[in-house]
Design a protein around this ligand. Structure first.
Ligand code: NAP
Ligand code: G4F
Length: 323
């Protein structure tokens, strides 16, 4: 059985990717960082089917050890400090993990498993102040946060290792993707969790920042399929992955609240704390290369995604309340 190493397996994407790889017959090795409490909520259901190993993107020898012990055939580097606002508060840590962490992974692979295939989780945040609409693989990059800057480094070091050492290393430029497993601080889950709490009488409002910004939002489960497809190609290349549609945060609110028979205008309050020092106003992908060369398509559209997330939060909270 092929062995897949997944960093960031405890995160949203890592959990969906691990489930998909298991279905395809891989031995899945998930790298987790040491923590004083276990953070395995998203992988509880597959914990007995995967191998968990400790390692940290800060620590080179831990990565080399993982490569030596498990000899992966495919490596998915999903681990990162992935929350954009935190990157202004912790810019150095974000650079260490989200930027230099990629080099540490690539270098461990170069030394121990140079023939393995490497996927880097790059981001549409790299387009930032967009230089072109829609954004494709050839759109110039203009990041607007320390996170975006770190991802640009990760993107280019992946290409550089491919070109310098002839390694099979690809960069997937993924636009925002969401799910019921999304972290609670990201705007989509903050809204759907807030709607559920308001509907069930636990809260009376949600404080949000910029409602005008536009994102290209897809379903995370569709996006992990694209990661795998990129590593099955004959030769390595980089791909933009997104829906090709863009929606305002306001529109996300409208659909989420109306699914629960509520009017968002009554419950969403402006909160200055959630505005950013530099905003990414508009993201919209041109995923035509991925469609043509990978045969990749989305299965879940925007409205379905929003409603799925609200329903999942309603179910989760009702279960906690014993309803
Ligand atoms: P996520 O839910 O925030 O997961 C991040 C993962 O990285 C977690 O498993 C976390 O572990 C791990 N991690 C953080 N610091 C680490 C370190 N120093 N060493 C080892 N592991 C560490 O992120 P996601 O939404 O699944 O995204 C996956 C990747 O895709 C990230 O690189 C993100 O930047 C990128 N991306 C995401 C999107 C999106 O819309 N979701 C779009 C484009 C790119 P803990 O559980 O211990 O915190
Ligand atoms: O949900 P967000 O925090 O996601 P953001 O910044 O787009 O980043 C996500 O997608 C990237 C891909 O483009 C990933 F690389 C990254 O790791 C992450 O997964 O914010 C979306 C938008 C922003 O414009 C923000 O200003 O929502 C706006 N927003 C308005 N009120 C808010 C809030 N964002 C958050 N997190 N919280 C608010 O209260």
């Amino acid at each position: 059985m092929p062995v897949a190493l997944v960093t960031g397996i405890t995160g949203q994407d890592g959990s969906y990717l691990a489930e998909m790889l298991l279905e395809k017959g891989y031995d899945v090795v998930g790298m987790v960082r040491r923590s004083s409490t276990i953070t395995f909520d998203r992988i509880e259901q597959i914990q007995d089917k995967i191998t968990i190993v400790q390692g940290d993107l800060h620590d080179q020898s831990s990565l080399v050890n993982v490569f030596e012990e498990y000899k992966p055939d495919e490596v998915y580097n999903l681990a990162a400090q992935s929350f954009v606002p935190t990157s202004w508060n912790q810019p150095v840590l974000t650079g260490e993990v989200t930027a230099l962490g990629v080099t540490r992974m690539l270098d461990a692979m170069r030394l121990v498993r140079p023939k393995a295939r490497f996927y880097q989780a790059s981001s549409s945040e790299m387009f930032g102040k967009v230089q072109e609409v829609p954004q494709s693989e050839s759109t110039p990059l203009y990041p607007r946060s320390p996170y975006g800057v770190a991802k640009v480094y990760g993107h280019w070091i992946t290409i550089n290792y491919r070109e310098s050492y002839d390694m099979f290393a690809v960069s997937g430029i993924l636009f925002n993707h969401e799910s019921p497993r999304r972290g609670l601080e990201f705007v989509t889950r903050k809204i759907t969790n807030g709607v559920a709490r308001i509907k069930l009488g636990l809260d009376t409002e949600i404080g949000l920042g910029n409602l005008d910004s536009r994102r290209d939002w897809g379903y995370a489960k569709d996006y992990v399929e694209a990661m795998w497809l990129m590593l099955q190609k004959d030769s390595p290349d980089d791909y933009v992955i997104g829906t090709g549609e863009t929606h305002e945060v306001r529109e996300f609110c409208e659909i989420a609240f109306s699914y629960a028979d509520l009017d968002y205008k009554e419950f969403v309050k402006k909160d200055e704390r959630f505005f950013r020092p530099a905003e990414v106003d508009l993201l919209v992908s041109d995923p035509s290369k991925a469609k043509q060369e990978l045969g990749w398509e989305i299965k879940v559209g925007f409205k379905e995604l929003v409603e799925m997330m609200v329903q999942a939060d309603l179910d989760k909270i009702k279960q906690k309340l014993g309803q």
